[in-house]
Write a protein that binds this ligand. Structure first.
Ligand code: AMP
Ligand code: ZN
Length: 118
């Protein structure tokens, strides 16, 4: 484990070393409620293995990225927002507002989501 991962809050959540309101987990990903929700439903889906951002996704991560998306739809269905609609977002880099540098997918729903986002 490198220094980044020892100090990374989402690595701590993935290992169960930091509390989180977890809705789903498996051997590859963990889905938990965002601590500062921007919609009635705001869930983060993270890989258990640390990647700084989408920029660090390698060809061998393609199955993992697909899994993250499929789990987003599975969680959306589970919490009852799949039919009315939801959004998945991956902020990448400082200009997109990425503040936690452990790859994560936002699942947002439960209200009207306008387009384009700010
Ligand atoms: P981003 O700005 O795309 O990097 O998103 C980071 C998200 O992580 C923000 O929406 C934060 O509210 C959320 N967040 C930060 N710390 C925690 C935490 N300990 N538990 C749950 N969500 C968190
Ligand atoms: Zn991490």
């Amino acid at each position: 484990m490198n220094t980044d991962e020892r100090e990374c809050i989402f690595c701590h959540i993935a290992r169960g070393d930091h509390p989180a309101d977890i809705l789903y987990q498996d051997d590859q990903v963990v889905a938990f409620k965002d601590i500062n929700p921007q919609a009635p439903w705001h869930i983060l889906i993270i890989p258990r293995e640390h990647r700084d951002s989408l920029n660090d996704a390698a060809p061998q991560d393609e199955a993992l990225l697909g899994h993250m998306l499929r789990i987003a739809s599975k969680v959306a269905n589970h919490i009852g927002i799949a039919k009315e609609g939801y959004r998945v977002v991956i902020n990448t880099g400082p200009r997109a507002g990425q503040s936690i540098f452990h790859l994560h997918l936002h699942l947002l729903g439960g209200r009207l989501l306008r387009w384009p986002p700010g």
